[in-house]
Design a protein. Structure first.
Length: 289
């Protein structure tokens, strides 16, 4: 009885975390009142320009009653009313959000992504986000990892080891061996390190939430093979409780504004899924023992 080969495309790897996971904490929105934001997370002063909980502008209005009316009338005439609508308040917060993000998007082909993703969040549709630059960033990250634990190196090694070289095919058993090895030995792509802090990829993606790796094509000639491997990644453009209680992030104004825009019950701007993909050619040679 012969050993059957796999049909393509075939799945080599899936993260335990699911795609389209709208139940994750970082996908929640509008779920926290003022008391929780202040008492549990210390988000008392969020903005330098507005008080989001009272919908008031943070202008230098004197406390002296006889001066207050003069200042308020002047500011009102100048279009700087003290009281704001929800939309006026959130518009100001989103502008602050953009200003703070510039520290993390100083240069490179991905520096425009954060602005586009903030715009998408402000539109409040909650629909998934896609941009070709995300695909380019993922492919670059995969290809530049030359370590023995990088996905390209691991997949190349396992294909060499588990291809049925006599039958010139990958069997189902061989595919299962590859899947097990990939799961146990691969360092999945992440946007970490020094440069991603400033090129826009760490703030927009950082750690991919879910990843699928598929073998789309495999050609075997003699002792050589050519494989086409497709990566489907997905991240969440949203903050969870761990983000806002992080020892560093909790003090950065960008995360404080972002968290309140997303989680405050009066605002509730929806986080969204960010989809990214990459296709990589892998070549390998089985050397004689």
């Amino acid at each position: 009885m012969g050993v059957s080969g796999v049909s393509y495309p075939c799945v080599l790897f899936k993260t335990q975390r699911m795609m389209n996971d709208y139940t994750a904490d970082d996908m929640r929105y509008g779920d926290m009142p003022t008391s929780v934001l202040k008492q549990d997370f210390g988000l008392h002063q969020v903005s330098h320009l507005v008080e989001p909980y009272t919908l008031k502008r943070r202008n230098p209005i004197p406390d002296y009653r006889w001066q207050r009316g003069v200042y308020e009338s002047v500011l009102s005439m100048a279009g700087h009313r003290q009281d704001l609508s929800v939309q006026e308040c959130t518009d100001i917060l989103f502008n602050e959000f953009r200003q703070y993000s510039r520290l993390f998007t100083l240069w490179g082909p991905y520096s425009h992504l954060m602005g586009k993703m903030i715009d998408h969040m402000q539109q409040n549709s909650g629909t998934p986000f896609y941009n070709p630059a995300l695909d380019l960033a993922l492919q670059e990250r995969i290809l530049e990892d030359k370590s023995s634990e990088g996905p390209v190196q691991v997949i190349r090694k396992t294909l060499i080891d588990f291809i049925d070289w006599e039958r010139k095919e990958l069997t189902i058993v061989g595919k299962e061996n590859i899947s097990h090895y990939v799961r146990s030995n691969t360092k999945l792509p992440k946007f970490t390190g020094f440069w991603p802090i400033f090129d826009g990829t760490k703030i927009t993606v950082h750690d991919i939430h879910a990843l699928h790796i598929r073998l789309k094509f495999l050609q075997i000639n003699g002792n050589r093979f050519h494989a086409v491997v497709h990566f489907d990644g997905q991240d969440h453009f949203g903050l969870d409780v761990n983000d806002i209680t992080h020892s560093v992030y909790r003090y950065l104004p960008i995360f404080r504004v972002w968290f309140v825009l997303q989680r405050y019950e009066r605002f509730g701007f929806r986080p969204f899924l960010s989809n990214l993909q990459a296709t990589v050619d892998i070549h390998g040679v089985k050397l004689p023992k």
